[in-house]
Design a protein around this ligand. Structure first.
Ligand code: NI
Length: 176
């Protein structure tokens, strides 16, 4: 990674159509994709956040980045292209938020344990067994690739209340 060439990307918020679009499969890992991945890691750290999906930075491709250490430990950074959940089991409930859904935190049910497969930036296939928070973040980011925000997991009533609140917030922002 070349630190001095990294850019903080704009993070799209609720209401942007790209966030509701199924992202395209990545066909090859080229320099542009590596640049995007590095900029996503940089953007995620700056936010700060523990996960980011390419559609959140207006790139509708199947690429996700995670780092539970939020920039403290390089070895904790996970970058996966075309991630795919092979197996999941158990259930856990935890409050979740999203950089694209500002100021909203809600409890979401996620699998307790997952096995995920993806391609790393060196082009190799990688399988990760994850549990707890990491499993949650990976599921959350893969949802983004399928055009799904975490609030879609909530009850219809709660989801509508939140959407109303977000739309009100966004129209207020647009007028200031
Ligand atoms: Ni998110």
């Amino acid at each position: 990674m070349i630190d001095n060439e990294m850019t903080i990307l704009e993070i799209l918020v609720f209401g942007h159509p790209v966030l509701a679009t199924k992202a395209d499969e990545i066909k090859n890992i080229d320099d542009d994709l590596c640049r995007l991945a590095n900029n996503m890691v940089h953007t995620m750290h700056a936010a700060p956040g523990i996960g980011l999906a390419a559609p959140q930075v207006n790139q509708s491709v199947r690429l996700i980045t995670m780092d539970l250490s939020v920039g403290e430990k390089n070895e904790k950074i996970i970058i996966l292209a075309n991630p795919e959940i092979l197996d999941s089991h158990g259930e856990t409930i935890l409050e979740e938020g999203c950089l694209s859904v500002p100021d909203i935190n809600e409890k979401v049910i996620r699998p307790a344990h997952i096995v995920v497969k993806g391609i790393t930036l060196d082009g190799n296939e990688k399988t990760i067994e994850a549990e707890g928070l990491l499993a949650r973040v990976i599921c959350h980011e893969i949802d983004h690739l399928n055009g799904k925000l975490f609030i879609e997991h909530l009850s219809p009533l709660k989801k509508n209340l939140i959407k109303k609140k977000l739309r009100k917030q966004l129209s207020k922002d647009a007028h200031t």
